[in-house]
Each structure stands twice: as structure tokens, then as C-alpha cells.
Design a protein around this ligand. Structure first.
Ligand code: SF4
Ligand code: SF4
Length: 372
């Protein structure tokens, strides 16, 4: 296996189908994995926190124990925020090897590097430690996933030796000031570092977009799925080595396989159509939450942040519907209402999209909670 897979589509294992008790539905995942491998797609991407820690164990059951080790490449990531005087990177890595049973990792990344955690990765010397893993044959390629500015990425790639970098790239974020997809992609390209794309469909937003924007794409290509536009956009960038899609069911697997089996890059007319759809989406001013749920577990008030944001986005696009008020009431009951937010800032510290969550919670409380 090479650093760059033959086909530019990888399986992101963070939005797997789940059973009623929220555990991963392994029976449903197995045929998804098999279908990808049969079609020649070999890149699988997990991480320590995905599915509350269960994704890496699921990898063992659905992939490692069912397919020859050389038939796929496996990527996972060091959760640097867990490092402490008593928890070392090596301990976490050994735990990951044990959970997956993979023997070694093909791609190993420092997870979600940004200005909020860089000090930790630096102070625990994770950059040299990663190169040491590579020299020892425990991993094949070393990289990091990144959520910050092009300037910071430039500095990191000037200072550290890595084989690849994972970036958030999609057509809506290409010029987005908070994400700066274009700037980061250009920096990686300047350094000759290949890019793995995460969030090409923006947490599903670009596959379930409002009708006003979807219609622009549908009228140009009635048979193409909305997701296929987003996947092809990311894969059309020449320095992209693979595009990760967090697929949740067989239908999404089939759609992505159909799009990427004999991949055709976007042409000029298609880029122009996508630009029109992008303009429409920007006009709707939706909150750019990707529903990654990194903010949820440590919210001291147990607020269901991404689900509440989904309600707000729905209301922005479709008006103040009774449905959303009802949905919001259920979320408030399952966790806490948005008005319970104490502004502790935990969520903002971990949000890869740099969202001002407490302000957004205020907005939700004002909209959905009864005035006393
Ligand atoms: S700022 Fe509010 S929403 Fe965010 S973690 Fe703290 S209490 Fe939860
Ligand atoms: S608010 Fe940020 S951290 Fe929380 S789910 Fe949305 S994108 Fe992820």
C-alpha cells in the first residue's frame, strides 16, 4: 500500500449506524465495509473519541478480524487533549493498537491541532515521538489533522516533518473566513504535503441543503446526488490524496462508490453551477456546525448543542415552524434548555468551526423558550 490510495475516497468512521441504545450497529457496518473494499476503496479513518470511544473497537470487528491486513490502510489519531503527567502518548497509542487489533497503523495523526492545544502537542514532544513510531515500524506515515489558520499551518509545516495533513475542505468553506479551506490547502501544496480531506459534505449539510440551493444543482444534473457534487469538488483538487466521507448507511456507500469508482473531476460549467449554489447558501446565513459533537460530552449543563443548532438552522431556512419548537422542547428535556448555558466556554475551546456557542444558545433560548 502506498501513502496515496488508488481511489480518492475513504470511509470516515465517525457517523456509523447505531442501534437504539446508541451502540454501533456492527451488522449494518460489515456490508458497508465489504462493498467499499470490493469496489477498490481501501482507506479507513477512525479516531480515539469517535462514537464515544467505540469506533476503534468497532474497526476490529468490522475490518481487522474480517479482511487481510494488507488489503486496507487504517488511519487513527492521538487525542492530545488527554495527555497529562499520568497519561502519555505512548499509553494512548498502545491502547489504540490493542482496541483495533491492527498490529500497526498505516496513517497516524495528531488529532485536531489548533491554537488551543498546540502547546500540549509541543510540550509532550509529540512531533518527534510520531517520527519515532514511524522509524520503529509502528506506523507507516505520520501527519496531523488541522483546524486553524493558514499562517499557523505554514509555521507547523516549516517546523515539522510530516507525510500528509488532514484539512476541512468543501465548497462552502473554501472562502469561509472562519475555516479558510483555500488558504490551508494552498499552504499544504506549497510545502508539497498531500492533503486528506475531512468534512467534504460539511457534516451532511451539503447533502441535505435547503431547496433554494439544491434546486440549482438539481436543475443542472437531475440524476446526480447533492453529496456527489461535494465529494467531486474535494476530489478534483490535485493535491488531495483522499476524501473522507462519514457514511452512515448502505445507500450513502453506493452513492459515493458510484461517484468515485470512475472519478471525473468537475468541469468549468459545473464549477460555475456550484458557485451559484454556494452564493445561495451563504445568503441563508446558516450556522456552520458540522455536528461533530466534540462539544457535547463535557458541557457541564448537558446541553445538546449541535441538535439545538440544527433546530435554529431549520428555522432560519423554513421559518418559525411549530415542529422545531416541539423538537427543541424534547432536546431540552433530554439534556438542558439553551438558557441553562453558564458561558463556561468549554464548547468554544473544542469547536473546530470556532463557533460562538454561548451566543448561539442565547439566540435559541430567545426563540424557543417561553418568556416569563
Ligand atoms: S458555554 Fe454553555 S453550552 Fe458551552 S459547554 Fe459551557 S454551559 Fe455548555
Ligand atoms: S458546535 Fe462545534 S464542536 Fe459542537 S458539534 Fe457543532 S461544530 Fe462540533
Amino acid at each position: 500500500m502506498n501513502l496515496k490510495p488508488e481511489k480518492k475516497l475513504g470511509f470516515g468512521l465517525m457517523r456509523l449506524p447505531v442501534l437504539e441504545d446508541k451502540s454501533i450497529d456492527l451488522e449494518a457496518v460489515c456490508p458497508m465495509v465489504d462493498a467499499l473494499l470490493e469496489a477498490g476503496f481501501t482507506y479507513f479513518d477512525t479516531a480515539y473519541p469517535y462514537h464515544g470511544g467505540a469506533s476503534e473497537s468497532a474497526v476490529r470487528k468490522v475490518l481487522v478480524e474480517r479482511h487481510p491486513r494488507e488489503s486496507y490502510t487504517l488511519a487513527t489519531k492521538l487525542p492530545g487533549w488527554l495527555l497529562s503527567e499520568t497519561v502519555s502518548a505512548q499509553q494512548l497509542f498502545d491502547e489504540q493498537l490493542e482496541k483495533t487489533g491492527a498490529g500497526y497503523f498505516d496513517h497516524y495523526l495528531l488529532h485536531s491541532v489548533n491554537r488551543g492545544n498546540i502547546e500540549k502537542y509541543d510540550s509532550f514532544d509529540c512531533w518527534n515521538w510520531g517520527l519515532g513510531l514511524k522509524a520503529a515500524g509502528k506506523i507507516r506515515w505520520f501527519g496531523f489533522s488541522f483546524h486553524d489558520t493558514p499562517e499557523m499551518l505554514d509555521e507547523l509545516l516549516s517546523k515539522h516533518e510530516v507525510d500528509f495533513v488532514q484539512l476541512q475542505i468543501n465548497y462552502l468553506d473554501w472562502e469561509n473566513e472562519a475555516v479558510q479551506s483555500r488558504g490551508c490547502y494552498e499552504v499544504a501544496t506549497k510545502h508539497g504535503v498531500p492533503v486528506v480531506v475531512m468534512e467534504p459534505v460539511k457534516g451532511g449539510t451539503l447533502a441535505t441543503m435547503p431547496e433554494a440551493a439544491a434546486e440549482i444543482l438539481k436543475s443542472h444534473a437531475p440524476d446526480a446526488s447533492l453529496a456527489s457534487w461535494a465529494i467531486r469538488y474535494a476530489a478534483s483538487l490535485p493535491n488531495v490524496m483522499t476524501v473522507l466521507s462519514g457514511m452512515s448507511n448502505q445507500e450513502q456507500i453506493e452513492d459515493n462508490v458510484a461517484t468515485m469508482k470512475d472519478f471525473v473531476p468537475l468541469n468549468e460549467a459545473e464549477y460555475a453551477v456550484l458557485q451559484q449554489a454556494t452564493d445561495k447558501l451563504v445568503e441563508l446565513k446558516m450556522i456552520p456546525c458540522t455536528a461533530c459533537r466534540y462539544c457535547v460530552d463535557d458541557c457541564p449543563m448537558s446541553i445538546q448543542i449541535p441538535d439545538i443548532i440544527r433546530c435554529l438552522n431549520h428555522t432560519k431556512v423554513y421559518g418559525r415552524s411549530g415542529d422545531m419548537k416541539k423538537k427543541y422542547a424534547q432536546l431540552a428535556e433530554a439534556g438542558s434548555p439553551a438558557s441553562a448555558c453558564i458561558g463556561c466556554g468549554q464548547c468554544e475551546g473544542v469547536c473546530p468551526q470556532h463557533l460562538e456557542v454561548p451566543k448561539i444558545m442565547e439566540e435559541a433560548a430567545a426563540l424557543y423558550e417561553e418568556q416569563k
